[in-house]
Design a protein around this ligand. Structure first.
Ligand SMILES: Cc1ncc(C[n+]2csc(CCOP(=O)(O)OP(=O)(O)O)c2C)c(N)n1
Ligand SMILES: [Mg+2]
Length: 801
C-alpha cells in the first residue's frame, strides 16, 4: 500500500498536474477545433469543469490510489480521466483527438464504451456520486458471504452542484449505506454550477447534512499560503472576511486584472483587512486570496489520509477549487461550456513547456515525472477478475402451481423454491425499498434472513414473518427510495466485475414506482449491470388502491428500455420458466468473459435467448384460474410450449382454422386481463367467429424479433420475412388475413404495433388515462377491458379488413 508520502515530492506531482491540465484542455480543444464533423453542430466539452479537478485527480492517481480502488469521476471531468489514463499508459495516443467522436472517447465517463477502464459511468449528475456507495455496500455484502476480498476504497469525485440532486441525500440517508468506512467523496467546491455561483450558505448546510448522517466531514478550504497568511498580524481578520464574503463577490475576483483585485476584495471589508492588504506587495493579493486547498496537493493528500483512518464511517472532503483553474476562463461566471481560443491554447502549450510537435507526448521517461508515472502504472495495474463458472440455475424451480394463482404470489414461491437449491441459493440476493412483504418476498426472507453487517436481536414473534437480521442474511432492505433500489441492484449486478463475486440480484418494487427510480434504472443497465426487477402489483388491476398506485406506462418503458427484457406472464408455470431463464442469462453474463474455460462458461443455456442485460417482470396480485395454461401444456407438450413462452408468445386457445371466408380473429393479450380475453373468445365462438387467443409473455422479445428482421432487410436491401416468433403463433398465412385485437392492463400503445407486424387491422385496448379506485370489473369496464368490449373490438377489427 502506498502511504500518503510515498511520492517523489510535490514538485514532481506539480509537473504531472500541469501536463494533466494541458492534455485535458487540449483534448477538448482538439474535439472542437481539429475535427471537421461536417454538420455544424457544436461539439463541446468542459475545459473549466475539468480544470477544477486536475489537482484532486492528480493527487489521487499519482499518489493515493491502490490497484483495487474504484473511482467515479464527475461527468464533466472525463477529459482529466482520459489524460491521466494516457499518462499512465492505459490509453492509446490515437484516442486523444477523438473526444465525442463516434467510437471515440465518450463525452462522459462510460464503463461500457470508453476504452480505458472506467469504474463507474457518470453523466446524469448525482448518480455517479451515489454508485460507489452502493458498490461499497455490495462489497460489504460479498465479504460477509464469501470471505474478505482485498480492500477497495470507493472514491467519488462530485461537482458541488450535484449535491442539489435528491438522490444524493437518499443514498446518504439509507441505512444500507451506513458505516461504509471505505467510501470517500471529494466534492469539487468551485462554487459554480452550470448557470450560476452557488451561495455559500448551501455549502455549510451540506456539510451539516453529511455530519448528521454520520459521515466524517473534512473541509479543505485554504491552501498553505493563505493558512500562513492567517498567522500573520491581521490574518485572523483576513480569514473572517474571506469566510463572510458572499461567494458571488469572491468568485468575481478571478476574472479581474491583478491591479483591481484589492479594490474588489476590500469592498465592504473591515479596516483590519484593508490594512492587511495594503501591506502586501503589488499583485500578491490576487494569488493569495485565490489560494485554495483544492489546488494544494499536500493539503489534499493529508485530507485523503485523514479519511483513510476512518474505518467505520464514510468520509467527504469539501475541496475548495477554482472552476477553470490555471486557464484564462478561471472563475468566470459563464465558463461552464466556455472554450479557450486557439491563441489561448497556444499560450497554455508554451507555458506547459510543449510545442506543436511534442504536445501529445507522454511524460518524458528520462524525467522524474515520467519515471513516477511508470511506477504508478505498475502500482495501479489491476489483476484480471477471477474466472468462475456460471451459477447452475435450473430451467424451472419445480414450482407446482395451484388451481388459482397470481403472478406476484408465484414469484415469491419460485424464489423460495430456488432458495432450497444449494448450488443456487448462496448467490441469490433480494432487495426492496420497504415493500418486501407486500411484494411477496416474505417466504424468501423467512428462509434466508435480512442482511445486516452485525447480527441484531429480533424482538418479533410474528409467525408469518421472521425478520432475522445478520451478516448471513440475503435480503437487503432499503428505506423507501426507488432510486436507491435501482442503484443497489446496479452495483449488485456488477459485483462480479467490481467485487470478484457474481451474484443473482432480484429486486421488487410497486410497479408505478419503477418510474420513480427510472433514471437510476437506466443508469444501472447502461452501466452494463445485470439483475432482475419485479414491478408488482401493476396496472389498474390493483383496483381499489386507486390511481396513485396503478401503473399504465411502465410496460412501454420496459419494452423500450435498451438492455432490459420486459416480461409480463399471466400464468404461474410460464413465470417459472421465464424467471429461471432470466436468472440463467444473468448468471451466464455475470460469470463474465474471464470464465471462458469451459463451453458452458459465460454463455446461457441454448434454450435461453441470448440477451445482454437485465429483466423486468411486470406482475399482478390478481389470482386467475391456471387451467387454461394446463390445457395449452397438454396440447403442445412442455418442450414446445416452453420454447414459445420464452420466445414471447404462445396460443392459449387454438381453435381449428375456419372454413374459407368464415370470420376469424386473433385476441392477443398480456398479463392479468387474460380471463376477460378468454371469456370474449368463448362469446365470439358462440357467435360463429373463430378466435385464437395468444398470450404475449414478452412483447419485448416479439418486438425485437420483428425489428431484427426488418432492420436486416433495411441493411441488406432485401424483403424481410415475418420472424419465427410471430409466424409460429399468430394465425394467418395461406391467404388468411386475421385481424388482431390487443388487450393489456397498460397503455394500449404497448401492443398496438402487432397490427403492423402482422400486416392486418388491429384494435388495441388498454389503459390510456389515469386510474381510479373501484373493483376490477369497474375498472376493466371503464377502460374497455371487459369481455364485452373485447368482443366488440373483435367485431370492429373484422370490419376493418
Ligand atoms: C440529472 C442532470 N441534470 C442536469 C444536467 C446538466 N448539467 C450538467 S453539469 C451541470 C452543473 C453541474 O455543476 P457542478 O456539479 O457544480 O459541476 P462543475 O461546477 O464542476 O462543472 C448541469 C446542470 C445533468 N448532466 N444531469
Ligand atoms: Mg461546481
Amino acid at each position: 500500500m502506498v502511504t500518503p508520502r510515498a511520492y517523489p515530492g510535490t514538485a514532481v506531482l506539480e509537473q504531472i498536474q500541469q501536463r494533466v491540465l494541458w492534455l485535458a484542455t487540449r483534448i477538448v480543444d482538439a474535439a472542437n477545433h481539429d475535427r471537421d464533423t461536417g454538420d455544424g453542430v457544436k461539439v463541446g466539452g468542459h475545459q473549466a469543469s475539468s480544470a477544477s479537478l486536475v489537482t484532486a485527480m492528480t493527487a489521487l492517481y499519482f499518489a493515493h490510489l491502490d490497484a483495487p480502488d474504484r473511482v467515479s469521476v464527475k461527468p464533466h471531468a472525463s477529459p482529466v480521466f482520459h489524460a491521466i489514463q494516457y499518462l499512465l499508459g492505459n490509453l492509446d495516443r490515437s484516442y486523444l483527438p477523438t473526444l465525442r467522436a463516434f467510437g471515440g472517447l465518450q463525452s462522459y465517463p462510460s464503463r461500457t464504451k470508453d476504452p480505458d477502464g472506467v469504474d463507474f459511468s457518470t453523466g446524469s449528475v448525482g448518480l455517479g456520486a451515489a454508485a460507489p456507495l452502493f458498490a461499497a455496500a455490495t462489497r460489504r455484502y460479498v465479504n460477509a458471504h464469501f470471505g474478505d476480498r482485498p480492500r477497495s476504497r470507493y472514491v467519488a469525485l462530485v461537482g458541488d452542484a450535484e449535491l442539489d440532486e435528491g438522490n444524493i441525500w437518499e443514498a446518504v440517508a439509507d441505512p444500507a449505506t451506513e458505516g461504509l468506512g471505505d467510501v470517500l467523496w471529494i466534492v469539487d467546491v468551485n462554487r459554480q454550477s452550470l448557470d450560476r455561483v452557488v451561495p455559500g450558505v448551501r455549502i455549510a448546510q451540506w456539510e451539516q447534512q453529511f455530519a448528521a448522517a454520520g459521515w466524517h466531514v473534512v473541509t479543505a478550504k485554504y491552501g498553505r499560503r493563505l493558512r500562513s497568511a492567517f498567522g500573520r498580524p491581521g490574518g485572523a481578520a483576513l480569514r473572517d472576511w474571506i469566510d463572510a464574503m458572499p461567494n458571488e463577490q469572491y468568485q468575481s475576483l478571478f476574472g479581474l486584472p491583478p491591479a483591481q483585485v484589492a479594490g474588489r476584495f476590500c469592498d465592504g471589508a473591515p479596516g483590519a483587512v484593508t490594512r492587511f492588504c495594503a501591506g502586501l506587495p503589488d499583485g500578491e493579493l490576487a494569488g493569495l486570496v485565490t489560494d485554495l486547498a483544492g489546488h494544494d496537493l499536500e493539503t489534499l493528500l493529508d485530507a485523503f489520509a485523514a479519511c483513510d483512518a476512518e474505518k467505520d464511517r464514510p468520509s467527504v472532503v469539501f475541496a475548495y477549487t477554482v472552476k477553470g483553474w490555471g486557464l484564462p476562463i478561471a472563475g468566470h461566471p459563464r465558463n461552464h461550456s466556455a472554450l479557450l481560443t486557439p491563441e489561448q491554447v497556444d499560450l497554455l502549450r508554451d507555458r506547459s513547456g510543449l510545442t506543436p510537435a511534442t504536445e501529445w507526448d507522454r511524460l518524458d521517461p528520462m524525467t522524474a515525472a515520467g519515471q513516477w508515472a511508470a511506477a504508478r502504472r505498475e502500482h495501479l495495474a489491476a489483476a484480471p477478475p477471477a474466472a468462475a463458472p456460471p451459477v447452475p440455475v435450473p430451467g424451472s424451480s419445480g414450482l407446482r402451481p395451484g388451481k388459482h394463482a397470481s403472478t406476484q404470489e408465484s414469484f415469491g414461491r419460485i424464489l423460495v423454491q430456488l432458495s432450497r437449491l444449494e448450488e443456487v441459493a448462496p448467490y441469490l440476493v433480494t432487495a426492496a425499498p420497504d415493500v418486501a412483504t407486500s411484494t411477496n418476498l416474505a417466504g424468501f426472507i423467512n428462509r434466508m434472513g435480512v442482511f445486516s453487517p452485525r447480527a441484531r436481536r429480533s424482538w418479533s414473534e410474528d409467525p408469518v414473518l421472521k425478520w432475522a437480521e445478520g451478516p448471513d442474511g440475503q435480503h437487503i432492505e432499503l428505506g423507501i427510495s426507488e432510486m436507491n433500489l435501482f442503484l443497489l441492484l446496479g452495483q449488485l449486478g456488477l459485483a462480479g466485475d467490481l467485487s470478484g463475486q457474481s451474484l443473482l440480484p432480484v429486486g421488487t418494487v410497486y410497479d408505478p414506482f419503477v418510474l420513480r427510480g427510472l433514471d437510476a434504472f437506466i443508469y444501472s443497465v447502461y452501466s452494463g449491470a445485470r439483475f432482475i426487477i419485479a414491478g408488482t402489483p401493476s396496472g389498474v388491476t390493483l383496483a381499489p388502491e386507486g390511481g396513485a398506485h396503478q401503473s399504465t406506462i411502465t410496460a412501454s418503458v420496459g419494452l423500450e428500455l435498451p438492455n432490459v427484457t420486459f416480461i409480463e406472464p399471466a400464468y404461474a408455470a410460464a413465470l417459472d420458466w421465464l424467471l429461471c431463464g432470466a436468472l440463467q442469462s444473468v448468471a451466464a453474463a455475470n460469470a463474465g468473459p474471464a470464465a471462458g474455460a469451459g463451453p458452458a462458461a459465460g454463455a446461457a443455456p441454448a434454450s435461453v435467448p441470448a440477451e445482454a442485460g437485465s429483466y423486468y417482470f411486470r406482475l399482478t396480485t390478481r389470482g386467475i384460474d391456471q387451467q387454461p395454461f394446463q390445457a395449452a401444456r397438454d396440447r403442445l407438450g412442455d418442450a414446445i410450449l416452453r420454447r414459445q413462452v420464452l420466445a414471447g408468445a404462445y396460443r392459449l386457445v387454438d381453435p381449428p382454422a375456419p372454413a374459407a371466408g368464415a370470420p376469424e380473429v386473433c385476441l392477443a393479450a398480456s398479463g392479468a386481463v387474460l380471463p376477460e380475453v378468454l371469456a370474449a373468445a368463448a362469446e365470439l365462438a358462440d357467435e360463429g367467429i373463430t378466435a385464437t387467443v395468444v398470450d404475449v409473455t414478452s412483447a419485448d422479445r416479439l418486438y425485437r424479433a420483428w425489428q431484427r428482421t426488418l432492420r436486416q432487410g433495411v441493411r441488406t436491401a432485401t424483403a424481410p420475412s415475418a420472424p419465427g416468433a410471430l409466424r409460429a403463433v399468430f394465425p394467418g398465412g395461406n391467404g388468411r388475413r386475421v385481424p388482431v385485437v390487443t388487450a393489456h392492463d397498460a397503455a394500449s400503445h404497448t401492443l398496438s404495433w402487432l397490427g403492423s407486424a402482422l400486416g392486418v387491422p388491429a384494435v388495441s385496448l388498454g389503459v390510456d388515462g389515469f386510474g381510479q379506485s373501484g373493483a376490477v370489473a369497474d375498472l376493466y369496464r371503464a377502460n374497455d377491458l371487459d369481455s364485452g368490449s373485447i368482443l366488440n373490438a373483435a367485431l370492429a377489427a373484422l370490419s376493418l379488413l
